[in-house]
Design a protein around this ligand. Structure first.
Ligand SMILES: *Cc1c(COP(=O)(O)O)cnc(C)c1O
Length: 451
């Protein structure tokens, strides 16, 4: 597959080069030249595979000749060594024999090592980048701005990989206690993954990373690579689980439509879903669920896109005022707002409503949702109220509730048990440096370890 700049179709690169370059030379985002389309018969074959093999079969269409079939298969089996269940709130798996009338499921994408859906993209991208670097002897300095989950997933994916130094930039005081502990304890004392606590907001972190990339001299000096969702290597694998999950849901309940609600921030997850739908995945509608940081919801309403500074909320991974992937969505639809509206339905919720919903669902069913998943679940319910259709409704569960134990314990007034990987992070000593939100401060930190 060749990729092009969303600003200029004549600026092109192979998958591998687009992955390692992050941004296009003209400062745009890489987009696949042509999204492959599968017939219903081919889709049925993909749906019959397990998730890792389905991912590898799809990846073959998006990569280049440096990735042969066997490489992709072992890469995906290694990356996706965990469960991808679809669950009812009562704790049953998607299975028409067990639950013939069930029509609401949570697609739990949080069973990877850092307990958030970012693992799906990060683990594929990390392995793909390592594969490319191993064959060409290159090195990279990876900068990643995080509002909590991305940094952990990227750090985990690149930990101890040769030729790679990772800097995680997170907003000081802006991530959950569990997230911070996880970010600041990756690897030992000489770890290749370093945490930087930035005295500012997530938007400041993101702007800092963008400024560093825009600086050609710095990019060259440190071989900078972005691991944020501006990198096309993260967006592509996020289409894999939409293809696979939609095929499972459709096979289980073939006569129904399929509606998927996505708790959204930077819109990378939605972009993956839209790419899956273009490939022929049987998805009728996406509900794009936001917290109060909702410029995309406004855009769907009145056609005006007004990015703005972000406001802190309970669902901090979605506190994005200027979603990175908005230009990709426009590009997928050639800027046609009506076409976007046919596929995407937007809705947003404030923290008070979110907390009430978490408490009510937990009391009624025993299912505890992280604040992001809760926003997605409310979006799904709001869509149902507004549309009288017979459908299977999937809410994308983006993080394990234990990652947000601090806020959830205040909401449900009960302890939230820690799964093993998080408990281990709490044992380790934090290593973190606080910096001002300036390029000079960032460069000083990089120069300490990368020469
Ligand atoms: C990153 C993240 C989101 C938002 O995903 P986008 O791709 O940025 O829209 C939602 N929930 C959680 C838990 C996340 O980590």
């Amino acid at each position: 597959m060749q990729y092009h700049s969303h600003l200029d179709k004549s600026v092109t690169a192979s998958f591998g080069d687009a992955l390692l370059a992050s941004l296009t030379p003209d400062g745009g985002l890489w987009m696949p030249n042509k999204i492959p389309h599968f017939t219903p018969g081919q889709m049925a074959d993909l749906g019959a595979m397990d998730f890792a093999d389905c991912a590898a079969a799809l990846a073959a269409h998006f990569t280049d000749d440096r990735f042969d079939e066997e490489t992709l298969k072992s890469l995906c089996r290694d990356a996706y060594s965990y469960d991808v269940p679809m669950m009812t709130l009562g704790g049953e798996r998607l299975d028409p024999a067990m639950a013939p009338n069930a029509d609401e499921f949570v697609l739990e994408l949080f069973h990877g090592p850092t307990l958030a859906f970012k693992d799906f993209a990060a683990r594929f991208m990390g392995r793909a980048a390592s594969h490319l670097m191993a064959s060409s002897g290159q090195r990279r300095t990876i900068l990643v701005a995080t509002s909590g989950d991305t940094g952990g997933a990227i750090g985990d994916a690149f930990l101890d990989q040769d030729g790679v130094q990772v800097f995680i930039l997170f907003p000081k005081g802006g991530v959950s206690k569990v997230q911070e502990q996880q970010l600041c304890t990756m690897g030992g004392k000489n770890s290749n993954v370093r945490a930087l606590s930035v005295d500012g907001t997530f938007d400041d972190c993101q702007a800092l990373v963008k400024t560093a990339f825009a600086d050609a001299e710095l990019s060259k000096r440190f071989d900078l690579m972005s691991a944020n969702s501006i990198n096309v290597g993260r967006v592509i694998p996020q289409s894999f689980y939409y293809v696979w999950a939609s095929l499972q849901a459709k096979a289980a309940y073939p006569t129904r439509d399929l509606v998927i609600s996505i708790p959204s921030g930077n819109l990378g997850n939605l972009t993956g879903g839209l790419i899956a739908r273009k490939m022929g995945a049987p998805i009728d509608r996406f509900v794009v669920s936001h917290n109060v940081n909702d410029p995309f919801v406004d855009y769907l309403k009145d056609g005006e896109y007004r990015p703005r500074p972000s406001t802190p909320t309970l669902s901090n991974a979605m506190d994005i005022g200027r979603p990175n992937n908005f230009p990709r969505i426009l590009s997928l639809f050639d800027g046609n707002l009506d076409a976007i509206r046919e596929v995407c339905w937007g809705v947003s919720f404030d923290d008070e409503t979110t907390a009430r919903h978490i408490r009510r669902i937990y009391t009624d069913t025993g299912y505890l949702m992280c604040p992001h998943t809760a926003v997605g679940h409310m979006g799904m319910r709001a869509f149902r109220e507004a549309h009288d259709i017979d459908a299977t409704f999937l809410t994308v569960g983006t993080a394990h509730p234990a990652k947000f134990a601090d806020s959830l314990e205040t909401i449900i007034r009960e302890d939230v048990p820690m799964p093993a990987p998080l408990a281990a992070a709490f044992e380790a000593k934090k290593r973190v440096t606080t910096i001002d939100p300036t390029l000079d401060a960032l460069v000083d930190q990089i120069a300490l370890v990368v020469t």
